[in-house]
Design a protein around this ligand. Structure first.
Ligand code: GAR
Length: 188
């Protein structure tokens, strides 16, 4: 059975879509751990699903966050999923698992990515640019923030009356589907 580790920082709706897909067999894997860098609802979702949940507080581990997280990841982990994880992992961490760390980002990268681009800021950036579509991207994690090889994208039309909040909700719906589909494919 493949082993997944999921890193979260927030509400964990993408995590929930993975947990649900594991429960129904759409993703054939065991979630070995959910790790958060701050106290968040994602940890609660993991506990409710009976998955080991760990908090490595980014404020207490400013210099060794990546090392402390790495200690919790089984040596035979098949895939590490950043599902709304907002801390930056260091080079040593990224190089330890080549092509085994993926991230979901709420835009059509390379648009609206990079340092500081997360949450509503991403969607506001798409609106400010006058884009007529946005979407979501799953990509491999490299040393460049949001710059790793793109695995899959899903486009979403932007309506004239969209706000950052409404666009976020539209995109999130497709994030859940895209992330599950990519994980299932990568583990198959
Ligand atoms: C998602 O929209 C995800 O794409 C985004 O954070 C949200 C987490 O939602 N990630 C980034 O912006 C990373 N740059 P969730 O906690 O409900 O899954």
């Amino acid at each position: 059975m493949s082993k997944l580790v999921i890193l979260v920082s927030g509400g964990g709706s993408n995590l929930q879509s993975i947990l649900d897909a594991v429960a129904t067999g759409k993703i054939q894997a065991q979630v070995a751990a959910v790790i958060a860098d701050r106290d968040c609802y994602g940890l609660e979702r993991a506990r409710k699903a009976g998955v080991p949940a760990y908090l490595i507080d980014r404020k207490l581990h400013r210099s060794d966050l990546s090392e402390e997280i790495a200690k919790l990841i089984p040596f035979d982990c098949d895939l590490i999923v950043l599902a709304g994880f907002l801390s930056i992992l260091n080079v040593k961490f990224i190089q330890k698992w080549p092509n085994k760390i993926i991230n979901i980002h709420p835009s059509l990268l390379p648009k609206h990515g990079g340092a500081g681009m997360w949450g509503l800021k991403v969607h506001q950036s798409a609106l400010d640019a006058g884009d007529n579509e946005s979407g979501c991207t799953v990509h491999y994690v490299s040393e460049e923030i949001d710059g790793g090889a793109i695995i899959a994208q899903h486009a979403v039309a932007i309506a004239a009356d969209d706000s950052a909040e409404s666009l976020q909700q539209k995109v999130l719906h497709f994030e859940h589907q895209l992330l599950v589909a990519v994980i299932a494919k990568l583990l198959a």
